[in-house]
Ligand binder design. Sequence first.
Ligand SMILES: NC(=O)c1ccc[n+]([C@@H]2O[C@H](COP(=O)([O-])OP(=O)(O)OC[C@H]3O[C@@H](n4cnc5c(N)ncnc54)[C@H](OP(=O)(O)O)[C@@H]3O)[C@@H](O)[C@H]2O)c1
Length: 272
Amino acid sequence: MTLPPLAFIGGGNMATAMVQGLRRAPSPPPITVSEPRAEQRALLRDLGVAVTADNRAAVAAARVVVLAIKPQIAAEVVPELATAWTPAHCLISILAGTTTARLAGWLPPGARIVRAMPNTPLAIGLGMVGLCAGAHATPEDLAVAEELFAPCARVLRLADEQQMDAVTAVSGSGPAYVFRTAEALVAAAEQLGLARCEAELLVEQTLVGAVAYLRERGIAQAAQLRRAVTSPGGTTAAALAVLEAADYSGLWCRALAAAAQRGRELAAAPSG
Ligand SMILES: NC(=O)c1ccc[n+]([C@@H]2O[C@H](COP(=O)([O-])OP(=O)(O)OC[C@H]3O[C@@H](n4cnc5c(N)ncnc54)[C@H](OP(=O)(O)O)[C@@H]3O)[C@@H](O)[C@H]2O)c1
């Protein structure tokens, strides 16, 4: 499929990651990014895309518009896009918590909207994206959205938009959990007397190796792979006992529930 001309509204972290990912596509579409900050526009221009500070001009130059601003300013920005909107446009929103129904209220009646929840490893071609259709989105719109992310991510389509808060909690925010774990492991390794560079090498290669092993065997084998490292009464068992005593599984349940709840709060926030 040849992707139609694209515009990004907001050229921050996620838009930059997506632009980097799209450069992997066999034939990348023309891309315009609208971004208020001049330094950020210069960085994006260096990635080979057209840049502007005029959101309406970006919409006019595109058929598919990727909304990549913070959810908190959507009520201010999206109604402005409506003045340049035509029936030929499709909106792909990556905003956490903001429902397609809410976005539709700011656009002309019948506007086609797809909601997507990507994550930052998309910048290196290893992203994960959840997708669902708004009320008027067509199968072709979903296919375009899938094609947009395919060069840099695996895509999961969801039939029920309410599941997007769970997707946000698991894979949207998920890379931060891994990065936080890496930070904690490095700090704990230093506490055991290792130099910082030694701790970083040990932790980085262990995380990379363990994840590659998991992928090769399949995530359904996670418990089996864990048991293979855990001799009864051994060192790994001693460490895992500390984590279990702190209710490790319960901690993750509470963390993910807090992220999903925050998504619902963002969705329910007054439209400003
Ligand atoms: N980061 C993630 O891992 C992640 C994952 C999944 C989904 N998301 C979603 O992706 C969206 C963007 O997140 P992000 O991390 O990329 O945020 P970000 O880095 O802050 O990017 C947003 C960009 O929008 C620009 N902007 C501000 N006002 C604007 C306006 N009126 N018109 C056009 N652009 C404007 C901002 O410029 P200034 O800096 O000058 O304000 C900034 O460059 C959020 O809705 C978030 O929920 C993020």
